[in-house]
Design a protein around this ligand. Structure first.
Ligand code: SAM
Length: 392
């Protein structure tokens, strides 16, 4: 496959790698399959599928749990940086990158001749801009910002794969978090956590301790079937020559048409700190879902829980970045009492990075689903809160 050999054909299929946070692959796989694309391979933090550039654009628009959509341009062998330069310089970059554009090269390198992956980035970038200068008389600017064309180099041993990073900025930056508070959950992680609860819009979604509102906002997007990519207007693929703008407009139009008119259940977000509730509301407004979330200020235990069923999910502080352990032990115990007394009929969830604190809840978890929040190993603990069940 050689997409940059002549011109850049949006109709040609290529391998597409989608990266994600460690442990999120099962949820990402479901999303990719639901778009009708195959799973060719998977690792702990990525999956490989195949498709056209239009399908890569669709992935950027639709997936909730992935970080970057990498479209394979070329694969070759290179034993050292000089061979890398020679191979990269053979590719017809003048057909892909505007000479007056901006280029960023990122990489993941494990080659014995390269001590610092930044050196591989520079070698790759030099080969690209030298080639464009030779063919077009001028060279694009380059640097670390992901505001133009982003090229990703994956170099392991003697094998190199050169990708177009079609996302540019990672997809976890949906663009709605205007006011991030302390210890916010990454948007893609929040979406994966909601998928793990099985909630897709039926029943209520209650998120006390909402902080900047990420879980409630992602829940509203899921319930309304609103593609997260509709919130963002900027992607890496838009900067390459041959960007198929009319296909992109069609994808946007279809995604708009698929948005539901209303949420079936109630979505409630609350926090004890008024400034958190204010931030969550502003973030929800930026995501276009403010009117579908009820915001309340107060202690989680004092917020009325509507009759019915659904999911109640709390992401309390867990001492790694915030809070003190002893005090937090009382908070976790309180959540157990709250679940028992006030949340019957619901499925209760606690997302935490501290399993010792989780023991203070005093209820038997039905499932303990592993996740990673950056480098911290976390668990989503599930409690069945039917009358008389799940008690110790
Ligand atoms: C780890 S943060 C939640 C982060 C959130 N998932 C996000 O994405 O921004 C925990 C939140 O719990 C809130 N909180 C702590 N104690 C509370 C209580 N007793 N009642 C309600 N909220 C509380 C804090 O104000 C904080 O915003």
């Amino acid at each position: 496959m050689n997409h940059s050999g002549s011109s850049f054909h949006t109709a040609l299929k290529s391998s597409i790698v989608i990266t994600c946070a460690k442990g999120i692959t099962p949820y990402l796989k479901e999303e990719v399959l639901s778009l009708g694309l195959p799973i060719l391979a998977e690792s702990v933090a990525s999956i490989e599928t195949e498709g056209t550039m239009v399908e890569a654009m669709q992935l950027n628009l639709s997936i909730r749990t992935g970080h970057r959509v990498l479209f394979l341009l070329q694969e070759f062998g290179a034993r050292n940086p000089d061979e890398l330069y020679a191979q990269v310089a053979k590719m017809a970059w003048e057909n892909l990158i505007p000479e007056d554009g901006y280029l960023c090269v990122t990489s993941s390198v494990a080659n014995p001749t390269v001590k610092d992956s930044r050196f591989a980035n520079v070698k790759c970038k030099d080969a690209i801009v030298d080639r464009i200068k030779k063919k077009c008389g001028r060279r694009p600017d380059s640097g670390p910002e992901r505001c133009g064309v982003v090229i990703d180099l994956y170099w392991k041993g003697d094998g190199c794969r050169v990708y177009l990073d079609t996302s540019g900025e990672p997809l976890s930056r949906r663009g709605y978090r205007k006011i991030p508070l302390q210890a916010p959950m990454q948007e893609t992680l929040a979406a994966a956590v909601i998928r793990a609860t099985g909630w897709s819009g039926n029943g209520n979604f209650i998120n006390p301790m909402c902080g900047s509102g990420t879980l409630a906002i992602e829940a509203a997007l899921i319930a309304l079937n609103k593609a997260p990519g509709l919130i963002r207007s900027h992607y890496g693929f838009m900067h390459s020559k041959g960007f198929d703008e009319s296909s992109w407009r069609v994808l946007l139009q279809k995604a708009q048409e698929q948005i539901k008119k209303a949420c079936a259940g109630q979505i409630i977000a609350s926090d004890i700190r008024p400034e958190a509730v204010l931030a969550a509301r502003k973030n929800a407004r930026a995501a276009g879902v403010e009117s579908w979330i009820e915001f309340k200020t107060g202690d989680y235990a004092a917020i009325p829980i509507p009759d019915g069923n659904g999911v109640i999910i709390l992401n309390p502080e867990y001492g790694e970045r915030l809070g003190r352990l002893k005090e937090l032990g009382e908070v976790y115990k309180g959540i157990g009492d709250f679940f028992k007394k006030k949340c019957q009929g619901y499925r209760g969830y606690i997302f935490t990075g501290n399993l010792d604190l989780a023991k203070k809840v005093g209820l038997k978890a039905r499932r303990r689903i592993p996740f990673f929040n950056s480098k911290i190993e976390c668990r989503l603990l599930e409690y069945n809160l039917y009358e008389g069940s799940g008690r110790r």
